[in-house]
Each structure stands twice: as C-alpha cells, then as structure tokens.
Design a protein around this ligand. Structure first.
Ligand code: 5GP
Ligand code: ZN
Length: 110
C-alpha cells in the first residue's frame, strides 16, 4: 500500500521514533509546531478517526499518556489533535494523533 505512515512503521522510511507497543507507533513530526510534537499512529492502517475501533482508540489514548510522561509533559500539560478529512486539513491518510507540548500553546485551535 502506498501509505507514508505504513512505510515509516515498516522502517522503509526513517523517522525519529519515540515509542512503540503492540498496537501503536510514535515518532517526531518532521515539521514540529511545538517543542514537543509527536505523531502517534495505529500500526494497523486506517484512514481516520471514523475508521477507528474501540480497542485501537484505547491503545492510542494509553500511548498518548505514556509518551506525554516520557517527554516530561505531565506537569504543564499538552494538546492532542487528530485532523480528519478536507475541512480538518488531514494531509496523511493514515490515522494519526498529534501530541503537542513543551511550551504554552495558543488558545486558538482553528
Ligand atoms: P496532518 O496534516 O495530516 O494532520 O498531519 C500530518 C503530519 O505529518 C504533518 O504535521 C507533517 O509535518 C507530518 N509529516 C509529513 N511527512 C512526514 C514524514 O515523512 N516524517 C515525519 N516524521 N512526519 C511527517
Ligand atoms: Zn497506512
């Protein structure tokens, strides 16, 4: 399948990996929007949050917590975003969650 994130998970395209478990893979965004900007993706290909099953959603949420703690974001907080479709400006069609932190983020989200 011609999917950028599937290729990253398979090790065919290099990345700065920060976390991996049975269901989730996480790596630093190539164009960071905050001092910490990690992308968490399910290992199983799914296009977006609409295709996400409960088990995968739970695994992603657990992984967000693990990475947030590992990156030292627990005390001051962080933001989690998943863009979906055209209006959401999703540019890679493999479900991913952005974890942003390490600085005061903007109040504006749109
Ligand atoms: P989206 O816009 O779909 O919500 O987020 C896609 C994200 O993937 C963007 O923030 C973009 O910087 C990141 N990205 C695109 N190509 C690559 C890549 O090859 N490697 C990494 N690490 N991140 C990428
Ligand atoms: Zn994929």
């Amino acid at each position: 399948m011609d999917c950028l994130f599937c290729k990253i998970i398979a090790g065919e395209i290099p990345c700065d990996k920060v976390y991996e478990d049975e269901k989730v893979f996480a790596f630093r965004d190539i164009n960071p929007q905050a001092p910490v900007h990690v992308l968490l993706v399910p290992k199983k290909h799914m296009r977006n949050i609409l295709e996400c099953d409960g088990e995968t959603a739970a695994a992603l949420v657990r992984a967000v917590g693990a990475v947030a703690k590992r990156e030292g974001l627990e005390a001051d907080g962080f933001r989690v975003i998943s863009n979906c479709g055209r209006n959401g400006c999703q540019s890679v069609e493999h479900l991913h969650v952005h974890l942003l932190g390490g600085a005061q983020l903007s109040e504006k989200m749109s």
